[in-house]
Design a protein. Structure first.
Lengths: 96, 299
C-alpha cells in the first residue's frame, strides 16, 4: 500500500509516502529523523489484515510536515534526506 | 462553537433524518459470529450489526457533543431495531474521526481501511477508487478487488469543502440540506464559483452576493461548484481509476457530487445501501474477519 501522509495547500503538496509493501518495520527511519515524524506500530491501522510491524507518520505531525522537515531541506545543495537514506528497503519518498 | 449554538436555536435547515433499520430475512440466533462496526464521524455516527458478514441492522445518527456518547447512542439505536441483546456481540470495531473514543470497541481501525472495505461490500469488487467526503475531511482511496487499500491520501487540514461547511451554508440560505442538490441546479446558467470554500469567508461572500440580487439558488450553485473544485484539486494528486464510489455524508449532495463527477469525467456507482454507512460496514466486516482468524472475543 502507498500510504500518503500530509496535505496540499495553497503553496504546494507536502506528502510523505510510505510503501507498506516494502516497509519491514525495522525502525531505522525513527532513529534518524530529528523531527520524530515516524513511528513503528505493530498493527497497521490502515490494513488490519497485515501481520508484522510497519512505519507510519505520527498523527500530530501530519498537518505540519512542511515545517517539520524544513531543517532537512535547505533550498540550495540539498543533501539526501536522512529518512530516505536510512531506509534500506526504499519504502520512503517525499513529494517536495 | 459559538456559531453552532446560535444555529441550534433557529430553524434547523441542516438537520437530516436519523434512521435505523433491520433486515427481516436474517435471524441473529442462528449466527456464528455477530460483529459490530461503529463509525463516529464529525457530523454523523453509524452502527452496523453483521451476522456472519451480512448486514443485519444499522443506525445512522447525528454525532453528539462527544464521541463516547455518540457511539453509545448509535449502538442503542441499532439495537432498538432488533430484539438482540448487546452482549451477544462477538467483536466490535470502532472507526471514524472519533474512533479512539469508542468505549465498547475491541479494536480501532482507520476510516481509510473501513471505507475501502465497506465500499467493496456495497458496490462490489469493481470499485478501484473510493472518495469519502465526510463532515470534516476528504479521503481519496484506491483499492484492489478485495477492498484492500493500495494507495490513499487524506486531507483534514481544513473543514472547507466538507459536509460541515455545507450544513452551515444551507442554514445560512434557509434551504433544507436534502434539497441543496436539486435547488443548486435551479439556475439559468452556472455561476462562477465563490472564491473561497472556507466557511467563514464563504458566508460573508454569500451575503454580499444575495445583497447584489443573486437568487439563493444561484449562490448555492456557486458554493457547490467551489466545493467540487476544491475536492477535485485534492483527488487529482492520487488519480481516479474506475470504478468510482463516493461515500460519506456528502455523497447524497448531488449539487456537489454531480459537478465533481463532471470534472472527473466519471459516473459514481449506485447501490441499494446508504453510502453513509460504508465505514461502519467495513468496520463490522473487519470484526468478522478477525473473528474468523480466531482473534475475536470468544476463542
Ligand atoms: S526505515 Fe524503511 S523499512 Fe524501516 S521502518 Fe522505516 S520505512 Fe519501514
Ligand atoms: S526529511 Fe528529515 S525531518 Fe523530514 S521525515 Fe525525513 S528525516 Fe524526518
Amino acid at each position: 500500500m502507498l500510504a500518503n501522509y500530509g496535505y496540499k495547500d495553497g503553496s504546494g503538496d507536502y506528502f510523505i509516502t510510505i510503501n507498506t509493501d516494502l516497509c519491514n518495520g525495522c525502525g531505522e527511519c525513527v532513529a534518524v529523523c530529528p523531527a520524530n515524524i515516524f513511528i513503528v506500530v505493530d498493527e497497521d491501522p490502515n490494513d488490519p489484515m497485515r501481520d508484522g510491524p510497519v512505519a507510519i507518520v505520527a498523527e500530530e505531525k501530519k498537518k505540519k510536515l512542511k515545517y517539520e522537515c524544513n531543517p532537512c531541506k535547505p533550498t540550495q545543495n540539498r543533501p539526501p534526506l536522512p529518512c530516505v537514506e536510512a531506509c534500506k528497503t526504499g519504502a520512503i519518498s517525499h513529494s517536495w | 462553537m459559538q456559531i453552532e449554538m446560535r444555529e441550534e436555536k433557529k430553524q434547523e435547515f441542516w438537520r437530516w433524518k436519523e434512521s435505523n433499520w433491520k433486515n427481516p430475512d436474517i435471524e441473529w440466533r442462528s449466527g456464528k459470529f455477530i460483529t459490530l462496526g461503529i463509525d463516529v464521524g464529525s457530523v454523523s455516527s453509524q452502527a452496523v450489526v453483521m451476522v456472519d458478514g451480512q448486514i443485519f441492522a444499522y443506525s445512522n445518527m447525528r454525532t453528539g457533543s462527544d464521541s463516547p456518547h455518540s457511539a453509545r447512542k448509535a449502538l442503542d439505536f441499532v439495537l432498538e431495531a432488533t430484539d438482540m441483546p448487546e452482549d451477544r456481540v462477538d467483536y466490535c470495531v470502532g472507526t471514524g474521526y472519533g474512533r479512539v473514543n469508542v468505549p465498547m470497541a475491541d479494536r480501532t481501525i482507520t476510516e481509510i481501511a473501513c471505507h475501502a472495505r465497506g465500499a467493496n461490500f456495497i458496490y462490489g469488487p469493481e470499485v478501484r477508487t473510493v472518495l469519502d467526503v465526510g463532515g470534516q475531511d476528504i479521503k481519496a482511496i484506491q483499492c484492489d478487488e478485495k477492498g484492500r487499500v493500495t494507495n490513499f491520501l487524506m486531507n483534514d487540514k481544513c473543514a472547507a469543502g466538507t459536509g460541515r461547511g455545507m450544513e452551515v451554508f444551507a442554514d445560512l440560505l434557509g434551504i433544507a440540506i436534502d434539497e441543496v442538490g436539486e435547488r443548486s441546479f435551479q439556475v439559468k446558467e452556472e455561476p462562477p464559483p465563490v472564491s473561497s470554500t472556507c466557511v467563514v469567508y464563504a458566508k460573508s461572500e454569500a451575503l454580499g452576493l444575495l445583497r447584489k440580487g443573486w437568487s439563493r439558488e444561484k449562490v448555492l450553485a456557486a458554493y457547490c461548484r467551489a466545493m467540487a473544485e476544491r475536492i477535485y484539486s485534492l483527488v487529482e494528486r492520487l488519480g481516479v481509476k474506475p470504478q468510482l464510489a463516493v461515500t460519506g455524508g456528502l455523497a447524497k449532495n448531488s449539487g456537489v457530487i454531480e459537478r465533481l463527477m463532471f470534472m472527473i469525467g466519471l459516473k459514481p456507482m449506485n447501490s441499494k445501501w446508504d453510502a453513509q454507512i460504508a465505514g461502519a460496514i467495513g468496520a463490522a466486516l473487519f470484526g468478522y474477519a478477525l473473528c474468523q482468524k480466531g482473534k475475536g472475543r470468544k476463542k
